[in-house]
Design a protein around this ligand. Structure first.
Ligand code: XBP
Ligand code: MG
Length: 256
């Protein structure tokens, strides 16, 4: 039996915070618009929203907040329906915001996606966010037909538990028909890293505006971005300092 590791076959991307900085100017604004529409006096400022991100999933996040400010109201029989209605409205607002160009891809993301496809790697998505949000973001930033770039999109309630549970990564791996050792995941948050790591994936972490002060002890690579020719990425890979532009050849070298 050969001792060589399996070849790298696929890259699996988180969406929020990883492909794009969607949270502060996208999701947060959309939540606030939904609250105002239904006459709630809830207002999530940037700092509060940063703390609430510890709870993944929009419905789960709203229920967590409600329990904090009004525990009795959050237990009422119609609470679940109100959360569902808020979330439908929030999703509409988020899609509108993304379609209006409120959110851009992070530097190097488009380049890496295109290079990876050119290099014969499969692309996939594993995210807790709602599928409509993923469609809107991919179309607005990568153009019509963008979803065809991805062999598999795992999103939202398709699994019963959201990150940090590894379910969404396991679901994607099963659809791809690949083991975790043939893939690399890309994440931005502790919950996302926990999910990917628990699914057995080597994970490149590129922290974003809300996660740059977090520790990521289980990251395979921890970089300040993907890098481009004008601004190389800086960070560590498997415990060693690294500086450069992350591309499929580099990933294959590390994976090997
Ligand atoms: C992203 C999330 C999402 C969005 C909201 O986490 O937690 O819940 O904030 O999306 P990750 P929905 O980047 O780890 O996937 O409102 O559609 O749930
Ligand atoms: Mg994320």
């Amino acid at each position: 039996m050969s001792g060589s590791p399996p070849a790298l076959r696929a890259l699996i991307f988180d969406v929020d915070g990883t492909l794009a900085e969607t949270e502060r100017d996208g999701h947060r604004v959309a939540f606030n618009r939904a609250f105002a529409e239904l006459g709630l006096d809830w207002q999530w400022d940037e700092a509060l929203y940063g703390r609430l991100l510890a709870v993944t999933g929009g419905k789960e996040r709203m229920l967590h907040y409600w329990r904090g400010v009004d525990p009795r109201g959050a237990q009422a029989p119609d609470a679940v329906e109100l959360i569902a209605e808020l979330h439908r409205r929030k999703t509409r607002h988020y899609v509108d915001l993304v379609q209006s160009g409120a959110v851009a891809l992070r530097p190097g993301v488009r380049r890496l996606l295109e290079q990876a496809r050119g290099a014969g790697l499969l692309l996939a998505i594993a995210t807790t966010t709602t599928p409509d949000n993923v469609d809107a973001l991919l179309r607005a930033t990568l153009g019509v037909g963008a979803d065809e770039m991805f062999a598999c999109v795992g999103a939202g309630d398709i699994v019963p538990r959201k990150k940090p549970d590894p379910g969404i990564y396991r679901w994607v791996l099963e659809r791809l028909g690949l083991g975790p050792e043939a893939c690399v995941a890309f994440e931005d948050s502790p919950a996302g890293l926990c999910a990917a790591h628990a699914a057995g994936l080597r994970t490149v972490v590129t922290p974003g505006v809300y996660t740059q002060r977090e520790a990521f002890p289980e990251a395979w690579a921890l970089l300040d971005g993907l890098g481009d020719e004008h601004r190389p990425a800086v960070g560590h890979v498997a415990g060693r300092a690294w500086r450069g532009v992350l591309d499929p050849a580099q990933l294959r070298t590390w994976a090997g």
